[in-house]
Design a protein around this ligand. Structure first.
Ligand SMILES: [Zn+2]
Length: 205
């Protein structure tokens, strides 16, 4: 069962790291400067981001995003976010997004930038109405240990991913609870997530 977003180094997952971290383990990574860290990214993060993004086992860009409750000024976060968008577009890898109370800004950025790469909002906890709005606007949604059950039902199967993020909950149990909320079997959910991953150019074997 593939874990779309985690901060622990492990197989069958996308491990989110900063451009300062090393990518030598035989796992899949996403690379980005977390929105909380953009004012003080460390190392030579911004130039390293371009280089690390091209590594073969880096399959996505992020996490990046907008957080109105934490981190530096939202204008600074937005500037950093746009930088990640242009990296994602130039290397042809999807974007993994952290978004807290900034969905309108995020949707208007997507309209303005009209990216060709997929944008996936990770750890989505919003209500079904917001989920539908985001899916209509072209986003994919990844659910973690805490999610709204009605929302799990509302997300089309080809727009849905599953993750453990930084929780200690095993990803298998997240698959079980999302499958239960969607009235489907775990293996059906697993198949649809694998299909969604393939549509993002991420091959799972
Ligand atoms: Zn995370």
């Amino acid at each position: 069962m593939f874990d779309f977003h985690t901060h622990k180094v492990k197989p069958d997952a996308i491990v989110a790291i900063s451009p300062c971290d090393d990518v030598s383990s035989r796992v899949l990574y996403s690379v980005g400067v977390h929105p909380w860290m953009v004012a003080d990214a460390g190392c030579d993060a911004w130039s390293r981001l371009d280089a690390v993004a091209r590594e073969k086992n880096v399959v996505a860009i992020g996490e990046t995003g907008l957080d109105k409750l934490r981190g530096p000024a939202i204008s600074l976060q937005a500037e950093a976010f746009e930088r990640h968008v242009s990296v994602s577009e130039s290397v042809g890898k999807p974007l993994i997004i952290h978004c807290v109370r900034a969905y309108n800004e995020l949707m208007s950025m997507r309209r303005r930038l009209s990216p060709s790469q997929a944008w996936v909002i990770h750890g989505f906890r919003g209500k079904p109405e917001l989920a539908r709005q985001l899916v209509d606007a072209g986003f994919l949604l990844s659910l973690g240990a805490k999610f709204n059950a009605a929302t799990a039902m509302a997300i089309p199967s080809d727009k849905l991913l599953i993750e453990s993020d930084d929780s200690d909950v095993d990803v298998a149990s997240i698959y079980r609870s999302v499958a239960a909320a969607r009235n489907q079997s775990v293996s059906e959910l697993e198949r649809s997530v694998d299909g969604t991953l393939q549509s993002l150019g991420i091959s799972v074997d």
